[in-house]
Design a protein. Structure first.
Length: 349
């Protein structure tokens, strides 16, 4: 971001902010060529500025605020292919696009640098590098994610702790605004994919194919139903158009008619006495249905009786076979006893 790299700087310059896992923050100065023509040939010179800031825990995020407390977005430039034949000379020229004023006159005399680590957050005043505000976010746990987001036309620091708490701090004063227990981190997928977005929203992957979206803003919650999309737009069914004679005669599709309307006496007239005429019975359709139902019931009962009779006959066959087997076994044993005592006398028993 463009900020003051040293204490004695009078103007902002492109800088690279580097945070380490031990809580050290280093500011590196980037010396860019002044003209766009030299930018293609001369390299970018990177030099340490000598500024070192310290925090407790590994550094997670940086942000820069101007003197009015407005978030300063880093400048960017639109990339275009220099070898493309479609772009002319004017479109090939690289132009630096500023999201917010970056000169020292527009920003005032100083900036606010917001730095957040796993344990605490600090706000430094630049270029004096004075620590204005410090807030110890957690002592027993650590932060998994921290982002500076816009909320209700202002900016705040949103944090997600490993114990499942979502916290927001005001900027630049670091005053606690929200601390609520949302979800304990039981899956590393949540810890790796959790991120905050603007207007009080957050996202994370609840499964490999599902995105969980949540909000910690009451305004966003109230307007949630208005933001939900519809799969279709309900439209009232139009009235049927009047059918023309020629359209129905040559190119019209088939239309359903009533039998009585086509062939009834009201339309075709009274039939002759020699023609057959349908005279419904006394019972009508209901009588026929009742008679058919009675016949079906009798057939069903007869079928059930036949099934029971067949089952009983099967049981009788099994019992007969069992008695025959028992009789055969008894006959065999009797014959063996008879052979054993056939040639013995009465006094030998």
């Amino acid at each position: 971001m463009e900020s003051f790299a040293r204490k004695n700087d009078s103007a902002v310059s492109p800088c690279l902010w580097v945070g380490t896992g031990l809580g050290m923050v280093l500011i590196l100065s980037l010396n860019l060529p002044a003209s766009d023509d030299l930018r293609q040939s001369e390299p970018v010179m990177v030099s340490p500025s000598g500024t070192v800031l310290t925090l407790k825990g590994a550094v997670l995020t940086f942000a820069c605020l101007d003197c009015m407390g407005t978030l300063t977005h880093p400048p960017y430039e639109v990339w275009r292919d220099p070898h493309s034949a479609d772009d002319g000379e004017k479109t090939r020229k690289r132009k630096l696009v500023m999201h917010s004023p970056s000169s020292s006159q527009d920003m005032g005399d100083h900036q606010f640098a917001v730095i957040c680590s796993e344990k605490q957050a600090k706000v430094f005043s630049l270029p004096s590098q004075t620590c204005l505000y410090v807030h110890n976010i957690t002592e027993t746990s650590f932060l998994l994610r921290a982002d500076v987001v816009t909320l209700c036309n202002s900016v705040c620091l949103a944090c997600f702790c490993a114990n499942g708490h979502i916290m927001t701090l005001s900027l630049p004063s670091l005053r606690p605004l929200l601390d609520i227990n949302y979800l304990p981190v039981t899956d590393m997928r949540i810890a790796r994919t959790f991120c905050f977005t603007n207007e009080g929203q957050a996202l994370y992957l609840s499964s490999p194919t599902e995105i969980q979206r949540l909000t910690y803003s009451q305004e966003m919650c109230d307007n949630l139903q208005d933001m939900l999309g519809d799969l279709f737009t309900p439209v009232e069914t139009p009235e049927a158009q009047n059918r023309g004679f020629l359209k129905g005669l040559f190119g019209g599709s088939g239309q359903a008619f009533d039998r009585e309307e086509l062939f009834g006496e009201a339309t075709a007239g009274k039939a002759s006495r020699s023609l057959a005429q349908h005279i419904p019975g006394s019972g009508g359709i209901e009588g026929v249905r009742g008679a058919a139902g009675g016949v079906i019931g009798d057939l069903t009962r007869a079928r059930i009786a036949l099934d029971e009779r067949g089952q009983k006959l099967g049981e009788l066959d099994e019992r007969t076979a069992s008695m025959m087997a028992s009789a055969e076994a008894f006959s065999k044993h009797a014959h063996e006893v008879m052979l054993k005592y056939k040639d013995k006398k009465w006094y030998q028993f």
